[in-house]
Each structure stands twice: as C-alpha cells, then as structure tokens.
Design a protein around this ligand. Sequence first.
Ligand SMILES: NC(=O)c1ccc[n+]([C@@H]2O[C@H](COP(=O)([O-])OP(=O)(O)OC[C@H]3O[C@@H](n4cnc5c(N)ncnc54)[C@H](OP(=O)(O)O)[C@@H]3O)[C@@H](O)[C@H]2O)c1
Length: 310
Amino acid sequence: MKILIVGAGALGILFAGLMSRHGGDVVILTRRREAAETISSNGIIISDGKSSWRAWPGCTTDPRTASSAELCLVCVKSYDTEAVARMISPYLNESCLVTTVQNGLNNVERLAEVFGPERVIAGYTLQASTLTGLNSVYHAYDGETVLGLHPSTTTPVEKIKQVADELTSAGVKTKTVENVYPEALTKLIINSVINPLTAILGVRNGELQELQELSWIIDRLVEEGVEAASLLGARLKPEHVKRRVYEAIKATYENKSSMLQDIEKGRRTEIEFINGALARVLLTAGRPAPANTLLTQLVLAFERKGRRSW
Ligand SMILES: NC(=O)c1ccc[n+]([C@@H]2O[C@H](COP(=O)([O-])OP(=O)(O)OC[C@H]3O[C@@H](n4cnc5c(N)ncnc54)[C@H](OP(=O)(O)O)[C@@H]3O)[C@@H](O)[C@H]2O)c1
C-alpha cells in the first residue's frame, strides 16, 4: 500500500519512520523545502533514549505526490486540518482512504466534509513523540493506535480492518474497535486536563498528581467533558474517565505535554480544538462550561504573551 503522510512534524515523522523502517512505501508531504531536502538526503532518525535508528521514507513539498497514495494519514495540528484537506483533495485518488488519529474535536467531521464520510477513518493513538530536529524525533512512548467507526464516517468495517492490518504489518501496532467515538472522546477529556494544566503551570505531566490543589479543577474538567460527550452522543462514566486521567498522568510521568512545548516555543496550541471545543458543545446546549472556558482563555493569553521566566 502506498502511504502518504501529511505533515513532517512529531507524529508524521514517527509514523513515517516506523512504517518505512521495514520497507513500507511511505512519502511525507511537507510545506518546508528545508525539511524535504534534509529528509530526502539524510533520512529520518528515531531515538527512544536508549537507541536510535534511521529510516528512509520519501519526502516532498509537491502535493501532486498525493495522486498515487492508497492511504493518507493526516498528521497536522487540528487548526491546519481543513486547509490541508482542501490542498490535497484535488490530487487524491477517489479510492484513497484518509485516516486521522489527531487530537482535538471535529477533525473527522472536517475531513468527511471534504473527502466524503465513506473515505475517512477515525481513531486515536497513544504513541508519543517530540520533534528534536528537522528530520528527527524522540519516541517517548510506543502506544497502541486504535481505529473504528465514528458518527461522521460510513467507511466499511472491512476497509478499516485492512488499514489497521496494513499499519500493524508496517510497524505501527493498530487495533480496530466497532465504535471508536467513546474512547476518542475519553482521550479528548484526558487531553483537556493534562495539556492546559501542564502548559499553564509549566510542569511535566507527573507533577499534576502531586499538586493536590488541582484535584478540584480536574474533577470539574472531567464532569464538563463527560457532559459534553453525552451531548455528542457518547455515554461516559465520570469515575471511569477520572481514573483514566490519573492513569494517563502516571503513564506519561516524565513527558512534557505538546501544549507546554508549544507555549515554550511561542507556537499556537490546539486549545481551541480541545477545551475550547468542549466548552462550545456545552454552551451551545445552554449548559455552563466554566472550567473549560477559563483554561481556554488562559492558554490563549499565554499564546499571545508568551511564557515569562522569573
Ligand atoms: N506528537 C505526538 O506524540 C502526538 C500523539 C498523539 C496525537 N498527536 C496529534 O497529532 C497531530 C499532529 O501533532 P504533531 O505533534 O505531529 O504536531 P507538529 O509537530 O506541530 O507537526 C505538525 C506538522 O504539520 C505541518 N503542516 C501544517 N500545515 C501543513 C501543510 N499545509 N502542508 C504540509 N504540512 C503541514 C506542520 O508544518 P510546519 O512545521 O511548517 O508548521 C508541522 O510540521 C495533532 O493533532 C496532535 O495533537 C500527536
């Protein structure tokens, strides 16, 4: 299967590395000529802190490359999803399946609008990686990727299974579930806790569980997230989601969240697509969303002013 990865960022480079390592036919589409040249001539380097290895996917800035892809993995931030979809859509073959495991609400819906619900595959990934250079990433966690049906997709189940098998045999361990929506929303709520709190406090994930003062805020975020999920059609149990939040904090103890890294680098965050999106779901239904609104506004203020050191 010819695989197109859109975005030469932390996740795109990791997936391209894992899949081309064993001979998979992978091309990365980037908008940076410098990245395309570096990856084409030096390959990509994946390091997990103990060892590192190199892989040789193709890399280009030419969207026409999309025309030969059989599977497209969208690996851009949520705020770029729609623009990227519209950019590659004229070139992408009608039979090419488009898969997203991005964080944030509404990526699937945006892709389904552009490509049609029968061509989009939704999911989430527990992989964790950080960009360390133009062509290198630190692979912090080798987690599972999960694909399945979503309210906005109608992709036949056998195609979803085929893609999961393809990813697994290419080196990205992937399973399928019948309905991926409840778990994807659970992951969104976990992100709505860990990302903004670590970004605002400037701490690694593990410190969240040591700061007792945060437990009240975490409870409110879980309650709001569960209510938003229910409005979106997924019934989640608050106690279960809360347990998952603390398990995720523990499992990623040493990690610096992507939102904290974005704030430190003065880059835009995905806050409007995580907490902002959950708040909008609640407010649109006439329900209050104080915790998500407050954290969204604080992170947006940090984005504008930058993190000051003192
Ligand atoms: N990293 C992880 O471990 C991880 C894990 C799970 C989920 N995710 C999710 O996966 C998504 C991607 O995350 P990430 O960490 O890989 O972000 P990232 O490091 O910021 O990478 C995103 C990449 O997309 C590129 N891009 C944006 N618009 C483009 C366009 N028009 N054409 C080509 N490339 C374009 C960006 O290019 P520029 O550099 O030019 O801006 C950037 O290199 C996010 O939704 C994130 O939440 C990430």
